[in-house]
Design a protein around this ligand. Structure first.
Ligand SMILES: O=C(CO)[C@@H](O)[C@H](O)COP(=O)(O)O
Ligand SMILES: [Co+2]
Length: 213
């Protein structure tokens, strides 16, 4: 299991130290939550803050867009060369076109599904994707309770992925911790995002390793 700590739960007063700590602690990716105050009722990071993060990081960035104007934000974040950019299917009228645009920047495209969205909604996009992110909380905030039916959803998505594009990864984001990690693994999940669990632990390295099952 790959682990992507979400810096939404980091101490922004010492962001550089926090980035160094999770990288030295053995994380696989650094999850960056971008919120616009429209698609979700919260606002977070722009490229001005994320640029020094990208500079300090020794692990690749995984940018999770929670915005209405996806194209605008893809153009803003592409110069930072993240490994992944993911956008919500619920906020995009032309997902196939946007996937190509992300790939043209040399970035791996991923799509995010809110808790109510069925995996079938993206069946005909799977061939073009490197990762699908299933939200296991409502997007907008860290520290929420894990929605357990994501386990069943991950198993269903896994079947579609086996049929359409076996190299596409499944990522789960929200409320992930050492109590639900094995179930996620068994359902076929490849990458987990963990914010409050990692940054709420005194030993980031220990917390990260406890999820690398
Ligand atoms: O995208 C989001 C929230 O919208 C996440 O990436 C959270 O930041 C995860 O935080 P925890 O649920 O792990 O505390
Ligand atoms: Co996220």
């Amino acid at each position: 299991m790959l682990v992507a700590p979400s810096i939404l739960s980091a101490d922004f007063g010492k962001l550089n130290e926090e980035i160094k700590a999770i990288c030295d602690g053995g994380c696989d990716l650094i999850h960056v939550d971008v919120m616009d105050g429209h698609f979700v009722p919260n606002m977070t990071l722009g490229p001005v803050v994320v640029a020094p993060v990208a500079k300090a990081a020794t692990k690749p960035l995984d940018v999770h867009l929670m915005v209405e104007n996806n194209t605008f934000f893809v153009e803003l974040f592409a110069p930072l060369k993240p490994m992944y950019i993911s956008f919500h299917i619920e906020s995009e009228k032309h997902p196939h076109r946007l996937i190509q645009k992300i790939r043209d920047y040399g970035i791996r495209p991923a799509i995010v599904l809110n808790p109510h969205t069925a995996p079938e909604a993206i069946e005909y996009l799977l061939e073009d994707l490197d990762m699908v992110l299933l939200m296991s909380v409502n997007p907008g905030f860290g520290g929420q309770k894990f929605i357990t039916n994501v386990i069943e959803k991950a198993s269903k998505l896994k079947e579609l992925i086996e049929k359409r594009n076996p190299s596409c990864l499944i990522q789960v984001d929200g409320g992930v911790n050492d109590k639900n990690i094995l179930e996620l693994k068994q359902a076929g999940v490849d990458v987990v995002v963990a914010g409050s669990y990692v940054f709420g632990n005194e030993d980031y390295s220990k917390a990260i390793k406890s999820l690398q099952v």
